[in-house]
Design a protein around this ligand. Sequence first.
Ligand code: ADP
Length: 619
Amino acid sequence: MKEVKTPRKPLLYYYCVALIAILVFNIFFQPMLERQKIIDIDYGAFMDMVAEKNVGAVEVEDTGIIFTNKAGDKTYKTGLMNDPTLTQRLHDAGAKFTRIIKEPMSPLMSFFLYFILPMLIFFGIGQYMSHRFMQAAGGKNALSFGFGKSQARIYVQSTKGIRFSDVAGEDEAKESLAEIVDYLHNPQKYSDAGARMPKGVLLVGPPGTGKTMLAKAVAGESDVPFFSMSGSEFVEMFVGMGASKVRDLFEQAKEKAPCIVFIDEIDAIGQKRNSNGIGNDEREQTLNQLLTEMDGFEDNTGVIILAATNRPESLDPALTRPGRFDRRVPVELPDLAGREAILKVHAKKVHLDKDVNLRTIARMASGASGAELANIINEAALRAVRHGRTVICEADLEESIETVIAGYQKKSAVLSDKERMAVAYHEIGHALVAARQSNSAPVEKITIIPRTSGALGYTMQVDTGDRYILTREELENKICTLTGGRSAEEVVFNQVSTGAANDIEQATKLARAMITRYGMSEDFDMVALEVVTNQYLGGDTSLACSAESQKEIDRQVVALVKREHVKAREILKADRAKLDELAKYLYEKETITGEEFMRILNAPAKTSETEEKSAATKA
Ligand code: ADP
């Protein structure tokens, strides 16, 4: 898609402005500049110069005398005096002198200067003020002067247009949108059958999943103009401006029909109107205008409105009812195959080593959105350049996943030996607990290199495939793994540190969800005690139960986490030899792979008891 810019002002406009500027300069400033060169002197000095015969040309005006010296290089000015002999003295001095009688200004010129020009100035000021006023009122007339215009970016078909093939994965979304493309190509087929195309399609999903791309692809495939605008661009300081922008956008769209109008982040204007009377007038007026416009145009006019949001639950029901945004297309985070496909699409833009296995990378980047995957490829390319290469290898991609997840390596962070050892035990604790529970995902990599995100080390777990359902046992194992780090510190050093804050947060969240949302506690059975309020942006929840139940929930969450914590400690105590061996190995190597970890774990124990003890005391 190629963006079409609004046409520039015509050349004539600039000529007019230049002409007016020159005129104003000539009338007001030029004489002033000329005057500046004239030297003011008193009448006595003038008389002296006349006596000395040092005067050249003399002009006697109504208001004063302007004269030059004999050489003619200086101009002087003096006032008029009652001096009857001046004419004779000037004659004697040999000066050229004359009396200037100012011609009165032509009536036309004085009419223009004293009557028309002030009127023009006042008219200009009046126009400006009325523009501002209409802008504030959002009046229709404002449009004709360019105020309250929609400022939508308009794209037209170009050879570089985004196609469905550029959007990897998201097959369900594409299938749903393909129907719209077909309609725009062949509207007759639909009207023959009496079918009505949805006026609006709402793309919902987490940020960076390709909603904007999909909208552009629909326009690219259908070969129609594409108007793009963000919801926040409608909302202005003056009430009514947004509404006028909406009107303008739809006017433009109807002129260009068939076309696609895309409103990104529609929640900025489409939020639920509240009943407590404290509303945002501008936003509500804009929303009302949008609703009216959507009702206003006939079915099958060929204007399709696509809108994207990651907060569908906050939208006003009037907006999502049939007849307006009647179709909702979920654009979810990509699954394993989707991630691999997205990586492939973006890998085409860079030089990738032929040995790189994108499936492994896709597995490692579990939970990443399309935008994050695009970023991973770009970070890898940047890393390759930093190392003086043009070809990206697998190590670049692995490192860039860590960069995107945990930030850059923090080279300046100097941990003491004791701290490094504690971090090594902590990470091995997680990995060992994960590995010893049959249902836990295998470990891919363990590292104790500090990152800019604040992580002093981490264990990267990788699921072999996509998981859509997790059993109670698996969730419990996850909690157990999360407590593994702290457990290792307790088992080895018999003390606790601040290093487990993030694990604690995650374990609690999981345990809470098991009890309040997944119905995994005996007491509450299948009762929802919490509802998710923000599905696509962090999954915030709000409680929906009595104070007594809240107390009981808290008690059960603590009991569950405690149970798993005890389990993790037992596992580590039973495997103490391996824990020491692995922690020592990680301490020396800083980063170990899942394979190395499993090899050491599965090898027959070689550490003697004395070695074990010395490792622990050293730490
Ligand atoms: P959203 O509108 O959902 O926030 P965008 O459509 O703006 O996300 O996507 C941002 C970037 O992420 C795109 O420019 C593209 O590079 C990448 N991206 C996201 N999803 C995909 C996908 N399914 N296929 C290819 N690239 C994608």
